[in-house]
Design a protein around this ligand. Sequence first.
Ligand code: ZN
Length: 133
Amino acid sequence: MIKTMTETKQCTHIGDDGKQCGAWARHDKAFCYRHDPESRELSLEASRRGGLAKEIEIETPLEAIPVSTAKDVVTLITRTINEVRAGTLDPRIANTIGYLAGHLIRAFEVAELEGKVEEVRAVLIGRKPFKKG
Ligand SMILES: [Zn+2]
Protein backbone atom coordinates (compact mmCIF):
# COMPACT_ATOMS: atom_id res chain seq x y z
CA MET A 1 0.00 0.00 0.00
CA ILE A 2 1.34 3.39 -0.99
CA LYS A 3 1.30 6.01 1.70
CA THR A 4 0.02 9.40 0.68
CA MET A 5 1.99 12.52 1.44
CA THR A 6 -0.44 13.72 4.01
CA GLU A 7 -1.02 11.79 7.22
CA THR A 8 -4.42 13.38 7.77
CA LYS A 9 -7.27 11.28 6.45
CA GLN A 10 -10.98 11.05 6.90
CA CYS A 11 -12.23 8.46 9.36
CA THR A 12 -13.15 5.25 7.47
CA HIS A 13 -16.04 4.35 9.78
CA ILE A 14 -19.34 3.81 7.94
CA GLY A 15 -22.37 4.71 10.03
CA ASP A 16 -25.76 3.00 10.24
CA ASP A 17 -27.01 5.43 7.58
CA GLY A 18 -24.32 4.15 5.18
CA LYS A 19 -22.43 7.45 5.29
CA GLN A 20 -18.75 7.76 6.04
CA CYS A 21 -17.83 9.52 9.30
CA GLY A 22 -16.91 13.14 8.57
CA ALA A 23 -14.30 13.44 11.31
CA TRP A 24 -10.55 13.35 10.74
CA ALA A 25 -8.86 10.06 11.50
CA ARG A 26 -6.39 10.01 14.36
CA HIS A 27 -2.75 10.42 13.42
CA ASP A 28 -1.63 7.32 11.48
CA LYS A 29 -4.95 5.60 12.12
CA ALA A 30 -7.94 4.69 9.96
CA PHE A 31 -10.49 5.95 12.48
CA CYS A 32 -11.29 9.10 14.41
CA TYR A 33 -11.18 9.26 18.21
CA ARG A 34 -14.77 8.05 18.51
CA HIS A 35 -14.45 5.12 16.11
CA ASP A 36 -10.93 3.88 16.83
CA PRO A 37 -11.37 0.67 18.88
CA GLU A 38 -8.37 1.72 20.98
CA SER A 39 -9.93 5.00 22.09
CA ARG A 40 -13.57 4.00 21.75
CA GLU A 41 -13.91 2.95 25.40
CA LEU A 42 -12.39 6.22 26.57
CA SER A 43 -14.73 8.10 24.28
CA LEU A 44 -17.81 6.25 25.54
CA GLU A 45 -16.70 6.84 29.11
CA ALA A 46 -16.33 10.56 28.37
CA SER A 47 -19.82 10.60 26.84
CA ARG A 48 -21.27 8.90 29.88
CA ARG A 49 -19.65 11.51 32.09
CA GLY A 50 -21.35 14.28 30.18
CA GLY A 51 -19.12 15.06 27.25
CA LEU A 52 -15.50 15.32 26.38
CA ALA A 53 -15.00 18.38 28.58
CA LYS A 54 -12.90 17.74 31.64
CA GLU A 55 -14.88 17.76 34.83
CA ILE A 56 -13.99 20.45 37.28
CA GLU A 57 -13.64 19.15 40.79
CA ILE A 58 -14.40 21.55 43.58
CA GLU A 59 -12.27 20.70 46.57
CA THR A 60 -13.34 23.51 48.83
CA PRO A 61 -16.96 24.64 48.93
CA LEU A 62 -17.63 28.10 47.54
CA GLU A 63 -17.87 30.77 50.21
CA ALA A 64 -21.30 32.13 51.02
CA ILE A 65 -22.18 35.37 49.27
CA PRO A 66 -24.79 37.55 50.98
CA VAL A 67 -27.65 38.18 48.55
CA SER A 68 -30.27 40.57 49.89
CA THR A 69 -30.77 43.02 47.04
CA ALA A 70 -31.13 42.89 43.25
CA LYS A 71 -27.67 44.50 43.11
CA ASP A 72 -26.25 41.54 45.07
CA VAL A 73 -27.73 39.21 42.46
CA VAL A 74 -25.92 41.15 39.73
CA THR A 75 -22.67 40.73 41.70
CA LEU A 76 -23.34 37.00 42.13
CA ILE A 77 -24.08 36.46 38.43
CA THR A 78 -21.03 38.50 37.40
CA ARG A 79 -18.77 36.47 39.70
CA THR A 80 -20.30 33.22 38.43
CA ILE A 81 -19.70 34.21 34.81
CA ASN A 82 -16.08 35.10 35.56
CA GLU A 83 -15.49 31.83 37.45
CA VAL A 84 -16.92 29.75 34.58
CA ARG A 85 -14.76 31.68 32.11
CA ALA A 86 -11.68 31.12 34.28
CA GLY A 87 -12.48 27.40 34.46
CA THR A 88 -12.76 27.39 38.25
CA LEU A 89 -16.50 26.69 38.43
CA ASP A 90 -18.38 23.73 36.99
CA PRO A 91 -20.79 25.06 34.34
CA ARG A 92 -23.54 22.85 35.78
CA ILE A 93 -23.23 24.63 39.13
CA ALA A 94 -23.21 27.96 37.29
CA ASN A 95 -26.42 26.86 35.52
CA THR A 96 -28.08 26.18 38.86
CA ILE A 97 -26.88 29.51 40.24
CA GLY A 98 -28.27 31.28 37.16
CA TYR A 99 -31.61 29.52 37.52
CA LEU A 100 -31.94 30.34 41.23
CA ALA A 101 -30.74 33.92 40.67
CA GLY A 102 -33.64 34.35 38.23
CA HIS A 103 -36.05 33.33 40.99
CA LEU A 104 -34.35 35.74 43.42
CA ILE A 105 -34.73 38.65 41.00
CA ARG A 106 -38.46 37.91 40.62
CA ALA A 107 -38.86 37.63 44.41
CA PHE A 108 -37.18 41.03 44.86
CA GLU A 109 -39.51 42.51 42.23
CA VAL A 110 -42.57 41.16 44.05
CA ALA A 111 -41.27 42.41 47.40
CA GLU A 112 -40.65 45.87 45.93
CA LEU A 113 -44.16 45.98 44.45
CA GLU A 114 -45.67 44.94 47.78
CA GLY A 115 -43.76 47.77 49.46
CA LYS A 116 -45.14 50.28 46.96
CA VAL A 117 -48.71 48.98 47.40
CA GLU A 118 -48.34 49.45 51.18
CA GLU A 119 -47.14 53.04 50.67
CA VAL A 120 -50.10 53.83 48.41
CA ARG A 121 -52.51 52.23 50.89
CA ALA A 122 -51.06 54.27 53.77
CA VAL A 123 -51.50 57.49 51.76
CA LEU A 124 -55.11 56.60 50.86
CA ILE A 125 -56.05 55.76 54.45
CA GLY A 126 -54.50 58.99 55.76
CA ARG A 127 -56.34 61.15 53.16
CA LYS A 128 -59.36 63.05 54.44
CA PRO A 129 -62.59 62.98 52.43
CA PHE A 130 -63.29 66.00 50.20
CA LYS A 131 -65.54 68.64 51.70
CA LYS A 132 -68.22 70.29 49.63
CA GLY A 133 -68.23 74.05 49.24
ZN1 ZN B 1 -15.19 8.47 12.87
